[in-house]
Design a protein. Structure first.
Length: 269
């Protein structure tokens, strides 16, 4: 890993739950020595990517990040084009819908919409989604670049008793996602969360991210899973179209086969 990569990697540790990070905490998170960590932070501070809170002396994201984020959205609109499909997905399923984007070997949360049909709902607050412990990650492994699996296997951190922590179990889950067209994570990141995900493509024809539904696990039934699958397909198609892509024909075939074997919804009376 080059010095530039190590420096930029520090930015990935910030999140909504951890908006400020001190030098000692950065050392623990990265496993690097104090001098090296400080040098990398100084480089980020000099370029405006981080700044120090004058009261706490901890580091937080700087104005350069905001400028680049705004430029990115203006030139490659991602977030604005998922708003309507996500709201429709959350409303149709009654659960939390979210989109993630693949950048390098990291899967970043882009946007989420919570349904208000239930008082208890899933809140998505992670900035980078673990490849091995989320439905979005499994989806990325199934439909993204092959070297993603190597990245995932290097970090099989256990979050719950259901987390996939072996190469065999992760490869099996990835194959299942490839066969069905849906990534699944059953209480693997959080004990009470069950998630389903579908891939999104852009104008390159390659995987660009994933659209997912995260539900309270106790609410999942075969029929609700069917509703989620149907609406994930619609959301994936729409977002893919919005991002200039086209849904692969073989994926459409897998979706059709999966839905043909899942429980049908009862007709309304």
């Amino acid at each position: 890993m080059t010095s530039a990569v190590k420096t930029l990697e520090l930015l990935t540790f910030f999140s909504a739950a951890r908006p400020e990070i001190g030098l000692s905490q950065f050392r623990r998170l990265t496993g690097r020595d104090k001098a090296t960590t400080y040098r990398h932070l100084q480089a980020l501070e000099d370029t405006g990517f981080v700044e120090q809170n004058p009261e706490t002396r901890r580091y937080r994201l700087g104005p350069a990040v905001l400028q680049l984020a705004q430029l990115r959205e203006r030139t490659v609109p991602r977030k604005t084009s998922v708003e309507i499909p996500l709201r429709a997905l959350a409303e149709a399923t009654g659960e939390t819908a979210h989109v993630s984007v693949l950048s390098g070997s990291n899967l970043h949360r882009l946007h989420s919409v919570e349904s208000h049909q239930h008082s208890t709902r899933v809140v998505i607050d992670l900035q980078i989604l673990p490849l091995h412990a989320t439905a979005s990650g499994i989806c990325a492994l199934a439909f993204g670049p092959e070297d993603l699996m190597e990245t995932a296997l290097r970090n099989l951190e256990q979050f719950t008793d259901h987390t996939l922590t072996t190469a065999e179990s992760l490869i099996t889950a990835t194959r299942r996602a490839r066969d069905t067209g849906f990534g699944v994570a059953d209480r693997s990141l959080e004990e009470e969360v069950y998630s389903l995900s579908a891939p999104i493509f852009d104008q390159s024809g390659l995987l660009a991210g994933a659209v997912s539904v995260a539900s309270v696990a106790t609410r999942i039934t075969a029929r609700l899973e069917r509703v989620i699958q149907e609406n994930l397909i619609a959301a994936s198609r729409q977002i893919t179209l919005n991002w200039g892509g086209a849904t692969p024909e073989d994926l459409e075939t897998r979706w059709a086969e999966t839905l043909s074997t899942s429980p049908q919804m009862e007709s309304a009376t």
